[in-house]
Design a protein around this ligand. Structure first.
Ligand SMILES: C[C@](O)(CO)[C@H](O)COP(=O)(O)OP(=O)(O)OC[C@H]1O[C@@H](n2ccc(N)nc2=O)[C@H](O)[C@@H]1O
Ligand SMILES: Nc1ncnc2c1ncn2[C@@H]1O[C@H](COP(=O)(O)OP(=O)(O)OP(=O)(O)O)[C@@H](O)[C@H]1O
Length: 274
């Protein structure tokens, strides 16, 4: 069975407070985008191993046990009797980008195992398992635009469509550690809730919709700030870093000419919004 785990962007991100467990409560809107990995899962016959993982496309650090698709398999193996599986992951979504690529792979692995081996899990059960493996994972179970609170695991559907927009996504060759990015933030509640801002026209977002990670990440990496400025220079209606970076996106009313040349040296993609 093959699925195509997609990336997300954050529309606004307010880090609201630090929790006693060291994590942070936030407010953000998660929005799925058209940039995908591919994940194939088949039964593994006659090898005696519980799983085999092959990764192609871009390379990933760490051993197979560190991969979130294997972590998802191992977690579900504790609760259900699963046969050995042969996993092939084609990585296309850049990591350390704030695009949630690993989290999406993880959630799609849970959905695949549920369907393929008829585990009978409800959406809520799958979200609960996913949330144990990473703050961003649960969103990808339903994969619909949501206003998220808690650590990013409490969802409220938002009726928002950006389907009229073109997305330009730019990821410089810089990886930002999510843990470090949270360390650089002084949490505070925003004056105007993102839930209200998201209802305003996209043209107004530039003046009021913020990603709290930008201040400290831009101070450390001015190259990332320069990408955002350039996206506005070439006509973006709204531009922002996504998650804890380092990818930056622009929403445009029209397609942009020669976009790869404008951001030479960066991973750069242009896509219609979903
Ligand atoms: C920045 C976001 O992408 C926004 O969507 C997410 O909050 C990050 O989610 P993620 O990459 O799935 O994060 P995890 O792998 O669960 O956590 C990495 C590290 O980030 C910090 N972390 C993460 C999420 C959160 N709500 N508060 C935190 O303080 C913790 O130090 C944690 O050890
Ligand atoms: N299947 C996977 N794909 C990508 N990274 C993975 C995967 N499994 C484990 N990881 C590890 O997780 C780390 C973060 O990957 P991921 O792509 O989710 O982060 P990100 O782009 O910062 O997204 P976000 O912070 O929004 O979740 C990487 O350093 C990588 O080593």
């Amino acid at each position: 069975m093959i699925t195509f785990p997609n990336a997300k962007i954050n529309l606004g991100l307010n880090v609201v407070e630090k929790r006693p467990d060291g994590y942070h409560n936030l407010e953000t809107v998660f929005y799925p985008i058209n940039l995908q990995d591919a994940l194939e899962v088949n039964r593994l016959e006659n090898t005696g191993e519980p799983y085999r993982l092959r990764v192609s496309g871009s390379t990933l650090d760490g051993s197979p046990e560190d991969n979130l698709v294997v972590k998802a398999y191992t977690l579900l193996s504790d609760a259900y009797s699963l046969p050995p599986v042969d996993i092939h992951l084609f990585k296309h979504i850049p990591t350390g980008a704030g695009l949630g690529g690993g989290s999406s792979d993880c959630a799609f692995m849970i959905k695949t195992l549920n369907e393929k081996f008829r585990l009978g899990m409800s959406i809520e059960e799958m979200e609960k398992h996913a949330a144990r493996l990473g703050a961003d994972c649960a969103f990808f179970i339903q994969n619909q635009p949501v206003f998220a609170t808690g650590t990013g695991n409490v969802f409220e559907r938002v009726s928002l469509s950006l389907a009229d927009y073109t997305l330009v996504l730019v990821k410089p060759d810089i990886s930002v550690s999510t843990r470090e990015a949270y360390g650089g933030i002084r949490p505070r509640r925003p004056e105007t809730s993102l839930k209200e801002i998201i209802r305003r026209p996209v043209e107004e977002w530039r003046d009021c919709m913020k990603n709290d990670f930008e201040e400290s990440v831009f101070a450390r990496h001015p190259e990332i700030a320069a990408i955002k400025d350039k996206l506005y220079d070439i006509g973006a209606t709204y531009a922002s870093m996504t998650g804890s970076g380092s990818a930056v996106y622009g929403l445009f009313r029209n397609r942009v000419e020669n976009v790869s040349e404008q951001f030479a040296g960066c991973f750069c993609r242009q896509r219609e919004m979903i």
